[in-house]
Design a protein around this ligand. Structure first.
Ligand SMILES: Nc1ncnc2c1ncn2[C@@H]1O[C@H](COP(=O)(O)OP(=O)(O)OP(=O)(O)O)[C@@H](O)[C@H]1O
Length: 276
């Protein structure tokens, strides 16, 4: 997404080093990155490439060893980022669905008279209003992730950051979480989406890729999958392209013109039906 206004968050030359038993470890190296209000930024990379560390830097949970993190949110020193993690069971504490959302609101000192309205509005946003009185333990994995998102939303963050939040979900629950995040983005929320499931890049305005702590790609998802004479960035990182992309690349090699370059089966069907 082309954006000329100043970014919500700017990382400039961010490096993170740790001293471990076996000596110093470089977790991130010289990352420069803007995050704009209302965009969907995807972060991809192999295991151990630094995605979660970058998430923590964005969320203000890991101060850089070198470089700076700046925000443009008026009157505040840092952007307010809420994170949804891989395993919902590690970060849900409430007895009921409603309690869970109230928990975060109470923790942030929201006045009692606003809590019910804000909690119910957040549950409505993720489609869990009808489950307000259900026990958290009775929810499916996908519903738990939606609940985690509601808890984050209720406290009105600047950014919602999903750190491999779909990796333990079945395809239906995954779609549901992705569609919810898309709806939130369409209403102005800024989304950071970390994933190893590359089909999910279809939702992103922009993607960055990490390898060994360094940023090796920044650009559109289409370019990530399709650019490069022999191998795309996706393949250079050792990932299998999504099935749709693999089929489309095969068709392109056979001389079919596909426009726009497809990221989803629906896009592929449309591109093929109008191809010459
Ligand atoms: N506390 C720590 N001490 C030592 N090394 C660490 C520590 N935390 C992370 N690392 C190392 O830093 C690197 C980046 O870790 P990080 O969790 O950010 O990667 P990731 O891309 O999120 O990985 P994954 O996809 O497996 O979740 C890894 O090699 C990891 O082993």
């Amino acid at each position: 997404m082309k954006n000329t206004i100043s970014p919500l968050l700017r990382l400039d030359g961010v490096t993170v080093r740790l001293s471990a038993m076996e000596g110093p470890v470089l977790l991130l190296e010289d990352i420069t990155l803007d995050l704009h209000q209302g965009e969907w930024l995807a972060i991809v990379g192999p295991n151990g490439s630094g995605k979660s560390t970058l998430a923590k830097v964005i969320a203000g949970l890991c101060p850089p060893t070198e470089g700076t993190v700046m925000t443009d949110v008026q009157g505040r020193e840092s952007a307010f980022v809420q994170m949804i993690f891989q395993n919902p069971d590690t970060h849900l504490f409430g007895e009921t669905v409603y309690d869970e959302v109230c928990f975060g609101l109470e923790n942030r000192g929201i006045p009692g008279e606003q809590i019910r309205e804000r909690a119910m509005a957040a549950l409505r946003e993720v489609g869990l209003e009808h489950k307000a009185d259900a026990a958290v333990a009775s929810l499916s994995g996908g519903q738990k992730q939606l609940l985690a998102a509601a808890g984050c939303l209720a406290v009105r963050p600047d950014v919602l950051l999903f750190d491999e939040a779909t990796s333990m979900l079945d395809p239906l629950s995954r779609d549901c979480l992705l569609h919810t995040a898309r709806r939130l983005q369409q209403s102005g929320m800024t989304i950071v989406w970390i994933t190893q499931l590359l089909e999910e890049l279809a939702y992103a305005d922009r993607a960055i890729a990490l390898e060994n702590g360094a940023q090796v790609y920044e650009g559109s998802p289409e370019r990530f999958f399709y650019e490069g004479p022999d191998a795309s960035m996706c393949e250079r990182l050792g990932f299998q392209p999504p099935f749709t992309v693999a089929v489309a690349r095969g068709l392109l090699l056979r001389g079919l013109r596909l426009e726009p370059l497809p990221l989803t089966p629906e896009d592929l069907a449309k591109a093929v039906s109008s191809a010459q």
